[in-house]
Design a protein around this ligand. Structure first.
Ligand SMILES: C[S@@+](CC[C@H](N)C(=O)[O-])C[C@H]1O[C@@H](n2cnc3c(N)ncnc32)[C@H](O)[C@@H]1O
Length: 224
């Protein structure tokens, strides 16, 4: 009964997010087309299952690591972090790619997305090609790419452990001194005192409310 209630809550949440998306963004015809094809394809593929199987094969201890950022939430994050045409956005662990597709088509900036689950990244690449979106989708381990030149880095990695977060903060320090790093549920200052939070605000996910944080390196001043 408890599981059914949770299932229903998530379905209703996703339905509301879809209505929000339709009313606010389907006037962008390309986004409407892309989102329709995207939703159709994913009637037949379950991303939670794909990620679980991938993680199992990799022998990871935590296999249930999939989750998605709702469109209403990524829209709020993009507005709060001042993403615009001149931004260079990086999504670490892009899953189905819905965040990257949205940022590219609505905010029209440069987008790079990293994901290591074959089926998910292959579908993202396919949609990217047929809709000529020019997003850079890379099938890679996100710990092994260079973070140079990005203005915004989105890390929805609630399943990362402390060691992994510290690996990121070290890498960000060397390769993306000026980037705004957007994290969900935790700020980077908690793990590494060289970072400060310039903004934090409530965001909604299917599982409930949490906070988004905009983190920057302390030496860096960006006028916020
Ligand atoms: C919580 S989901 C977030 C999906 C998407 N960013 C969103 O917000 O809707 C995390 C994604 O990161 C991917 N991922 C986890 N570790 C990764 C790694 N080391 N390299 C590349 N992708 C990774 C997972 O496969 C999963 O699709």
């Amino acid at each position: 009964m408890k599981n059914f209630k949770l299932f229903l809550k998530v379905k209703i949440f996703n339905f509301k997010d879809k209505i929000f998306t339709i009313f606010n963004f389907y006037k962008n015809f390309k986004y409407f087309l892309l989102d329709s094809v995207f939703s159709f394809i994913y009637l037949f593929i379950n991303p939670y299952r794909e990620v679980r199987i991938f993680n199992q094969k990799k022998g990871l201890s935590d296999i249930y690591t999939y989750g998605e950022t709702p469109i209403k939430t990524i829209y709020k994050i993009a507005k709060e972090s001042n993403i615009d045409k001149k931004s260079n956005f990086l999504e670490l662990g892009s899953g189905r790619g819905n965040v990257s597709f949205f940022i590219r088509l609505i905010f029209k900036c440069k987008v790079t997305a990293i994901e290591w689950v074959d089926k998910l990244i292959n579908i993202s690449k396919f949609l990217n090609k047929i809709f000529y979106l020019r997003i850079i989708f890379l099938k890679k381990d996100m710990f092994e790419i260079s973070f140079n030149n990005f203005t915004h880095i989105y890390l929805y990695g609630t399943c990362l452990n402390e060691k992994e977060i510290l690996k990121f903060t070290d890498k960000f320090k060397k390769e993306s001194k000026k980037a705004k790093i957007i994290t969900i549920s935790y700020d980077l200052n908690f793990y590494d005192k060289d970072y400060k939070t310039t903004k934090s605000f409530d965001v909604d996910f299917a599982y409930g409310k949490t906070k988004a944080y905009i983190n920057i390196l302390k030496e860096h001043r960006n006028g916020e």
